[in-house]
Design a protein around this ligand. Structure first.
Ligand code: ATP
Length: 225
């Protein structure tokens, strides 16, 4: 992964959601923490071009997010805060098949890719299930499978353990830790990011801490204390 923010700022109307920021991300596992409304999701959405900079630029794996959005989105898979919204087809296996199908892969190759990713995420038993029947943890894993099947270099997950019970949280946490892809996780779950290579903390739209997980989490505790 190679992500650069070059004097990048994000505004929604007059409101600055992310203040001017320059940094480079190359670590394999990056956590993003901070209070509600601090700019975490905005920052993570700028990496895949969902939010475009109002000034400056963001370059993801060599592609500028404004002018090369298609390349950026191919490189970055995004699991949203409410992943049930990103599962669009009733059956989980059909939804996961959408990615390979949209790349023009034939049925045989698509079916194999779907089987492989279901096994990888440990949800083969959910293939024929309907999204609205699944638990929160199962939905997270199904959305993750839909993203992984497109072979992204970077996977961003926004609040992946939010509202999960302890068992599902552990399941999702273990799955994230086993991913071979580069991972960026936005979370209020400090335990989840505590083993990551680098953790950033935002406060009021500003990057206020950037370092090891232990350093940044310690700083976060001083802010919420
Ligand atoms: N599409 C939008 N339009 C207008 N304002 C927005 C939009 N998205 C975010 N904001 C504002 O930008 C600021 C940062 O929001 P953001 O979602 O990045 O925060 P966050 O740290 O991810 O919050 P949370 O932990 O609650 O998810 C907030 O004040 C929010 O209201």
């Amino acid at each position: 992964m190679d992500v650069s923010f070059e004097n990048a700022e994000a505004k929604f109307g007059p409101r600055v959601a992310l203040k001017c920021l320059s940094l480079r991300l190359s670590e394999r596992r990056i956590g993003i923490i901070g209070l509600n409304g601090s700019g975490k999701s905005t920052f993570s959405r700028m990496i895949n071009g969902l939010v475009l900079p109002s000034s400056g630029r963001v370059v993801t794996n060599g592609h500028e997010t404004v002018s090369q959005g298609t390349h950026v989105r191919a490189a970055v898979g995004y699991v949203f805060q409410n992943p049930s919204n990103q599962i669009v087809l009733p059956l989980i296996k059909d939804d996961i098949a959408l990615g390979p199908q949209s790349r023009g892969l034939n049925k045989q190759v698509t079916d194999k890719a779907v089987r492989t990713v279901l096994e990888r995420v440990g949800i083969t038993h959910l293939a024929e299930r309907r999204a609205h029947e699944l638990s929160g943890g199962e939905v997270q894993l199904a959305a993750l499978a839909s993203v992984l099947v497109t072979s992204p270099d970077i996977v961003i997950m926004d609040e992946p353990t939010n509202q999960l019970d302890l068992r599902n949280r552990k399941l999702v946490e273990r799955t994230i830790h086993e991913l071979a892809e580069n991972v960026i996780v936005v979370s209020h779950d400090l335990a989840l990011v505590s083993g990551f290579d680098r953790v950033l903390m935002f406060h009021d739209g500003e990057l206020v801490a950037d370092g090891s997980a232990a350093e940044t989490i310690a700083r976060y505790r001083t802010i919420v204390a």
